[in-house]
Design a protein around this ligand. Structure first.
Ligand code: F0G
Length: 364
């Protein structure tokens, strides 16, 4: 039997900064699922990288294992994160594993219920801010500048180091880099991390890498993909080229007006020959429903943005025939069932507890 997956630090430690005290929930090793329905829509060969299969239900766990391990090495006993929900869920869980405290700074009323529940059950201290994510990040920066609290947002470079391993996994499964990689963009850490990972595996360096294995280990990939980033129309600063003061979208995870990794995202876009575009909330919700109904993968709205961007690009004739494309679907649909169901709350018919009644209800 193949050995079980051990978490990204054990699996990819030779390409990560060294940490002494490994704090892990065996994150990573997520499914890369071929989606024939998306092939039919685009004329390409499309895979979805199901990051909702991580321990806390999002890609954040890859970065959090690195960041929290490093915090423990430094002897810090309290971490803080600004979040639209997934970072806080992940930070709270990894803080439990490390036996340290966790404070989460959240935009009041804009966190999906499942994500809020995660922060609560893992025992984090919650602070709700009358403001948006960008305000929360400013507060956390201020706190961690002046108090013995470690910041575990993606401006912590260890986060991006962990997140780059998703690109390694894609190459390890496909045998080389895909032609195109599509992902949703909020604070722009993940697009930065994927570009770092793909570049490193092809023996190249990016400016976000404070440490990398490019010159030390032999390349694994012969090429890098084009990076396609997708933002929500009401929160699309990278598309507009200016910060958005009041970002608004149903995809609360990417409701961000001034991404911290702005410059790195532009580098990923431009040096890969890619683009960053936006999709509407209606496209996001339609795509979320389509992924559930036709692909069998239930993702949260922000995650559907990547696939919505791909489908939009196909409609504009921008998808090369036969290309190999990977879309990251970043978080689990179970985190936000209210948005997924919307007005479609189905009240099942209640029947008598007999086979006959079930047969009748099913019309068999
Ligand atoms: N998808 C999901 C599900 C997310 O939670 C996020 C970011 C993104 C995409 C965008 O990734 O910020 O690296 O560009 N969530 C952060 C949080 C902001 O606080 O959980 P990004």
């Amino acid at each position: 039997m193949a050995r079980p997956w051990r978490g990204i630090i054990a699996e990819y430690g030779d390409r990560l900064p060294h940490v002494e005290n490994v704090v892990t929930l065996n994150e990573g090793g997520t499914p890369l699922v071929h989606a024939p329905h998306l092939d039919a829509l685009t004329g390409a060969t499309v895979y979805v990288k199901v990051e909702g299969a991580n321990p806390t239900g999002s890609f954040k766990d890859r970065g959090m294992t690195m960041a929290i391990s490093r915090v423990v090495d430094e002897g810090v006993t309290l971490v803080a994160a600004a979040s639209t929900g997934n970072t806080s869920a992940s930070a709270a869980a990894y803080a439990v594993r490390a036996g340290i405290g966790c404070a989460v700074i959240l935009p009041a009323g804009k966190i999906a219920a499942g994500k809020l529940a995660q922060a609560i059950v893992h025992g984090a201290t919650l602070v709700a801010v009358d403001g948006n994510f960008d305000d929360c990040l400013r507060i956390v920066r201020g706190l961690t500048d002046s108090y013995p609290v470690a910041l575990v947002n993606s401006i912590n470079p260890y986060r991006l180091q962990g997140q780059k391993t998703a690109a390694f996994e894609v190459v390890d499964v496909l045998g080389d880099a895909p032609d195109i990689h599509v992902l949703p963009v909020g604070n722009a850490g993940n697009i930065t991390a994927y570009w770092m990972g793909y570049s490193e595996y092809a023996g190249r360096r990016t400016s976000a890498a404070f440490e990398d294995s490019a010159g030390r280990l032999a390349p694994v990939a012969s090429r890098v993909p084009r990076m396609w980033g997708v933002q929500a129309e009401g929160a699309a600063p990278l598309v507009k080229g200016v910060p958005v003061e009041h970002p608004e979208t149903v995809a609360t995870a990417i409701r961000i007006g001034n991404p911290a990794s702005w410059g790195y995202a532009i580098e990923a876009r431009d040096s890969s020959g890619g683009w960053i575009e936006s999709v509407t909330d209606a496209q996001i919700l339609d795509t979320q429903a389509m992924l559930a109904a036709k692909v069998g993968v239930f993702v949260e709205p922000a995650s559907a943005a990547s696939v919505a961007g791909l489908v939009q690009a196909a409609g504009r004739g921008l998808v090369p025939e036969g290309a190999t494309i990977v879309c990251t679907v970043t978080g689990n649909g179970l985190k936000d069932t209210a948005t997924a169901l919307g007005s479609h709350i189905v009240e099942p018919t209640v029947i008598a507890p007999t086979v006959e009644a079930a047969v009748q209800a099913l019309g068999l």
